[in-house]
Every structure is written in C-alpha cells, then in structure tokens.
Design a protein around this ligand. Structure first.
Ligand SMILES: *[C@@H]1O[C@H](CO)[C@@H](O)[C@H](O)[C@H]1NC(C)=O
Ligand SMILES: *[C@@H]1O[C@H](CO)[C@@H](O)[C@H](O)[C@H]1NC(C)=O
Ligand SMILES: *[C@@H]1O[C@H](CO)[C@@H](O)[C@H](O)[C@H]1NC(C)=O
Length: 382
C-alpha cells in the first residue's frame, strides 16, 4: 500500500470535509441543493443565448433538468400571455411575479402571442427572467383582425353608441379583436397545440401568494376543466343581445348543455334572464381540449356568425364553462392571490393567507364586494 504523504493526507481531509458539508447542505437546505446540483448546473450551462420563433421548445431536455421540475407529476401545461411589444414592462413584472410565487420551482414553459412580430428587445428582456422554455408566436391575420363580412357601418354605429354611454374601450376595435381572439382562437394556435393545460397571464398582474401546490396537477387530479379567482358583473350595455343568442344556441343544441351545470351562477330564474355574472377571464387555468372540443367550437361559431363581437362587445367564451360543463368541473382557486388593478383576489381566510405568505391586503379582496359574483357562485353548491 502506498504511503500517503502528510500534505496529501491534509488535502484528502479537506476534500472529505467539503464533500460531507455539501451533502449536509444539500439535504437540509433545498435552495442550496438546487443551485449546485448537477441538473441545475447543466440547466445553467445549456442555457440558450438565443430564443426562437419556432415551435420547438428552447431546450427539449429541459423537463428533466430544472430543480423541482424533474417530477413525474408535472402536467402537460404552459403559461400563455397575449401582449404587444409596448407591454414589455408590464409583461416583465407579471413573469417575475409568477416565477417568484410558483414557477421557479416548476419550470413550466411560456407561450407569448402578439398580432405582430416580436421585437428583439421584448424577447431579450423576457427570456432573461426564467430558465423555462419560452416561445414567441405571431397570431395569423384572420384570427385577429375584423373579418370582411362584418358590416363596418353597423360596427362603427355600435361603437359610437357605446362611447356615448361612457363605456371603457367602447370605441376600440383592437379591444374587440382581442376579445374575439381570446374567445375563439388562442387555443388553436400552433404553439399551444402540444399542450393540454394553460394558465393565462396578462401584463401588469401580480401574484400575491406563494403556492405550495401545483394548480395544473390539481386540475388534472381533481378532474377540473376551468378555474377562476374573480367573478364579477358584466356591463350590460356591452352585450345587449348575447344572452338571447346563447339561449337560441341551447334551444337548437340541447344535447350540449350539461345536466348539472352552473346556470344558477348566471341566472336568477333558471336561465330565462342573465344576471351579468361571469368569470373574469384575464385569469384562467383551463383545459385547452375543452375549447378545442366540438361543443365549444360549435358554440363559438354560432356566436361569431352573429357579428356580436363587433356590433356589440362580446368577449366571454368563459360563459361556456358554466353551461356545457357540470359545475363540479369548474373551480375557484382561493389560494391564488391575484391582482389585475383595480381588481384583486386575496385569500380572506387567515390560515390560507399566512401559509401562502401573501403580500396582499385582505381588506381589499374583491370576493364579496359590491361588484362581485362570488355569492352567486357559492349558492350553487349549497
Ligand atoms: C414531486 O412532487 C411531489 C408532490 O408535490 C413532491 O412531494 C416531491 O418532492 C416532488 N419531487 C421533486 C423531485 O421535486
Ligand atoms: C399534451 O396534450 C396535448 C393536447 O391534449 C396532446 O396532444 C399531447 O399529446 C400531450 N402531450 C403529452 C406529452 O402527453
Ligand atoms: C376523476 O375521474 C376519474 C375517471 O372518471 C375517476 O376515476 C376519479 O375518481 C376522479 N377523481 C376525482 C377526484 O373525482
């Protein structure tokens, strides 16, 4: 046996000590483990310096390479953000917020959609925020702009009338484009085709509570299809003929209506009149396959053909979740503190609020405020 010299023995001892220390820290201190584990190291090393518009994730072996993401229970899911290049600061804030409160431990990918090409500046600043794959897509022209078959004279008259009533975005065609796109097209985009679940994130939003669970996995395990955090009243003047159109659809397609649906959330009289309650769809976690399925596609086409997205200002595909799904498939995520000024959902239950280390003021929560439809939601489960 070779004799070990004194300095060598000293180095060996230091080495053993360091290795032991590493294992001790890894075992007792999760963030340390994450920062130094081999998988974390490779994720850092392989980090692409270029992002792309292609449908291929930035790095395909990513799902096995980031911290908590190497988890067989991860869902087939993505974040999706509709934005413009000029939304960059609001978009950065929103991504930073969801990363801090949830995604840095999960590494779910992001899809960004825009009606025009993304600037390098936007892609650069956004892709600096996370190691998660990010894809930047452009919306096909016909999915965004007002179709030719819309009578522009009638649409302009509709906008003018709403402007006179002092309604926000009354005169905006691009707002209507956005509403129609979100109602009927985003889920068909090629960048979303490979996913089942999405979580919609808008620029300028805040997530106020740390999530100790994965909402996507929750949806899947609990057989949920659609989830919301805020339910509120619609402005009736923006949708004068929507409910009659929806009733026509249900009359013509009775088989699409779910037996145990959430009609009690939408109506005070069993479906005759609409009480203006809707899920505030700028936060949504839902099953893309529901929107892509035959029932919803038929419903959207029926609504779209009337031109109501432009002659009025319809914008709520989410209503379909209350009609064509059993109510047990729609979920209210109390744990997700969410703010899109001026509306905020903050868990009012002290235990939930503390556990989530929530940064929101519980007194400001929308839940049972004057514009809220939370009571109409609660009552259908009583
Ligand atoms: C995977 O998820 C489970 C349940 O959330 C969790 O207990 C476990 O620690 C996770 N594993 C990894 C490697 O993150
Ligand atoms: C994810 O979901 C989509 C849509 O349902 C499906 O086409 C795809 O095969 C799924 N991918 C995996 C890996 O399960
Ligand atoms: C979800 O649906 C599956 C299949 O129908 C069923 O086996 C399972 O028990 C359901 N889970 C819950 C939590 O309802």
């Amino acid at each position: 046996m070779m004799a070990v010299t004194k300095p060598a023995r000293y180095i060996l001892f230091i080495l053993c000590f360091l290795i032991a220390l590493h294992f001790l820290l890894s075992a007792t201190h999760a963030p340390y483990g994450k920062a130094t584990s081999l998988s974390g190291f490779w994720a850092g090393k392989d980090r692409p310096t270029k992002y792309s518009d292609s449908a291929v994730p930035a790095y395909s072996d990513f799902s096995s390479s980031i911290g908590g993401a190497s988890n067989a229970t991860r869902a087939n899911a993505t974040f999706v953000m509709l934005a413009r290049n000029s939304d960059i600061n609001g978009a950065v804030q929103s991504i930073r917020s969801i990363e801090d409160r949830f995604n840095r431990d999960h590494g779910y990918p992001y899809v960004f959609l825009n009606e025009e090409p993304w600037t390098d500046e936007f892609k650069k600043r956004i892709s600096a925020l996370s190691y998660a794959p990010m894809e930047f897509g452009v919306i096909p022209h016909d999915w965004w702009f007002q179709p030719d078959w819309i009578d522009e004279t009638r649409a302009a008259a509709g906008r003018k009338k709403m402007e006179e009533q002092g309604i926000i975005y009354a005169g905006s065609v691009s707002y209507r484009n956005m509403c129609r796109f979100n109602s009927g097209f985003f889920f068909r985009h090629e960048l979303l085709r490979k996913y089942r679940w999405y979580w919609r994130i808008e620029p300028d939003v805040m997530f106020h509570c740390t999530l100790s669970f994965d909402p996507f996995v929750y949806m899947e395990k609990q057989n949920k299809t659609y989830a919301f955090t805020i339910a509120l009243y619609e402005w009736a003047a923006t949708i004068p003929t929507l409910w009659d159109t929806v009733k026509d659809f249900m009359k013509q397609n009775p088989d699409t209506v779910a037996p145990d649906n959430a009609m009690g959330f939408l109506s005070e009289n069993g479906g005759d009149g609409y009480n203006m309650c809707h899920f505030w769809s700028n936060f949504e976690i839902a099953d893309l396959d529901f929107w892509r399925g035959p029932v919803y596609m038929k419903f959207f086409d029926f609504l779209d053909r009337t031109g109501g997205f432009y002659y009025e200002r319809w914008g709520d595909g989410a209503m379909a979740a209350a009609l064509f799904l059993p109510k047990s498939k729609v979920h209210f995520f109390n744990e997700i503190g969410y703010e899109h000024p001026p509306n905020i959902h903050c868990p009012s239950d002290d235990e939930v609020w503390r556990k989530g280390m929530c940064s929101c003021d519980q007194k400001r929560t929308h839940d049972y405020g004057p514009y809220s439809c939370q009571r109409q939601w609660d009552r259908i489960f009583q």
